[in-house]
Write a protein that binds this ligand. Structure first.
Ligand code: NAD
Ligand code: FE2
Length: 387
């Protein structure tokens, strides 16, 4: 991606708001879909969400794959794709957080391109458009419902691979905040912080443009205002709606800019130590913001403003640094960790983690030029809690 050229794409038709799940049946009927595969996980099923979704489907046979793991695997994609073939499916519906949505995308890709998901690692490595795909998020976090990426863990390599491409998109996304009302506080916290990191990394990305910046800023304002409320008063309908919109706006932004050092570093941590995506990002982001604040102080000052920090009387670099402090405070307030001490992340592994982090395209758009030794130092700080 040439960071000097502004780009903005969206290939997904989005319906948003309380009650938007009612649109599901008309999408199926208008397009003549009669054989659906729902890709989800056991947590979503146990929360009764698959029943809620199935009730909206009036005239189609439903097959369910609920084996998706958090940090979903190559094996998850193969199992779900097997069901797709056996049942002669005509539309895939991903229901869940980023994990089921990413497996659903992988199935829709394999359905038209064949092979294994590992064959398509990288950007634009597949030829055929995806088979029809509807994405229904149940977390306000990844925005996988509108992004052109799927992130899958290759267990053999202990590596989170990204498959991307302009056409790797759901054709329809239905964002009904009703489905997030029962999201437990710890998952609300981790996924919501992930959405905030998307907005922050997109806003400060070297590939940002006026469209993506406007989306990212509005996302930061909403998430800064409503994440604590969503965590501690999950039934607050406004907070849930604003968080889902914040996550969507952040997704539309980062889908066109990529992210930064935080996501480059969090993927290897999740792949090797199984740390949930949002939790890994929550730990890393303040360290990365502090590191980046020297390179783009105006942008970080904007973030401080959007998060409601009083920056009066502060110098430019102090206010930029205040943005990092504000995100750290938010993470602490909602019960997220501030270092990797509890997760068994070993300093001896840092060189290995760094090799994988440096493979990420996100490093190239990070606002401060970053070399391997910078990432090593950042990892060490996150392990020791040396903020
Ligand atoms: N494709 C992309 O653009 C993109 C972007 C960012 C992250 N990701 C990927 O997304 C994955 C993380 O997704 P996530 O953070 O949404 O978590 P997740 O999908 O792994 O879900 C976490 C847990 O929350 C539970 N859950 C979800 N919604 C619920 C609800 N409404 N009620 C009760 N329980 C619920 C699930 O059962 C699961 O146990 C990671 O693999 C990450 O790499 C993808
Ligand atoms: Fe993320």
């Amino acid at each position: 991606m040439n960071p000097n050229i502004g780009i903005f794409n969206i290939l997904t038709s989005v319906s948003f708001g309380y009650g938007s799940l009612n649109n599901l049946n008309s999408i199926l009927e208008t397009n003549g879909f009669h054989n659906v595969l729902i890709v989800t996980d056991k947590g979503i099923r146990n929360a009764g969400i698959i029943d809620q979704v199935s009730k909206k489907i009036e005239n189609a046979d439903i097959t369910i794959y609920d084996g998706t793991l958090p940090n979903p695997t190559v094996a998850n994609c193969e199992e779900a794709y097997e069901l797709f073939k056996q049942q002669n499916i005509d539309v895939v519906i991903g229901v869940g957080g980023g994990s089921p949505l990413d497996v659903a995308k992988a199935v829709a890709l394999l359905a038209t391109n064949g092979g294994a998901i590992t064959d398509y690692e990288g950007i634009g490595k597949f030829k055929e458009n995806l088979s029809p795909l509807i994405a229904i998020p149940t977390t306000a976090g990844t925005a996988s419902e509108v992004t052109n990426f799927t992130v899958i863990t290759d267990e053999a390599r202990k590596y989170k691979l990204t498959v991307g491409g302009l056409n790797l998109a759901a054709k329809w996304a239905i964002l009904d905040p009703t489905l997030t009302l029962g999201l437990p506080p710890s998952i609300t916290a981790a996924t919501g912080l992930d959405a905030l990191v998307h907005a922050i990394e997109s806003y400060t990305s070297k590939a940002a443009n006026d469209i993506t910046k406007a989306l990212a800023r509005e996302a930061m304002r909403k998430i800064g205002k409503y994440l604590r409320i969503a965590v501690y008063n999950g039934e607050d309908r406004t907070a849930r709606e604003e968080m889902l919109m914040g996550s969507l706006l952040a997704g539309l932004a980062f889908n066109n800019t990529r992210l930064g050092n935080c996501h480059a570093m969090s993927h290897p941590i999740s792949a090797v130590y199984g740390v949930a995506h949002g939790v890994a990002n929550a730990v890393i982001i303040p360290y990365v913001m502090k590191y980046n604040s020297f390179a783009a102080p105006e942008l970080f000052t904007d973030i401080a403003n959007d998060l409601g920090v009083n920056i009066e009387g502060l110098s430019l670099f102090e206010s930029a640094r205040a943005a990092a402090d504000a995100v750290r405070e938010l993470a602490i307030d909602i019960g997220l960790p501030t270092d990797f001490r509890l997760f068994g992340v070993e300093e001896e592994k840092v060189k290995e983690l760094t090799v994988d982090a440096m493979l990420s395209g996100n490093i190239l758009v990070n606002p401060r030029v970053t070399k391997a030794n910078d990432i090593e130092e950042l990892y060490i700080k996150t392990i020791r809690g040396d903020y």
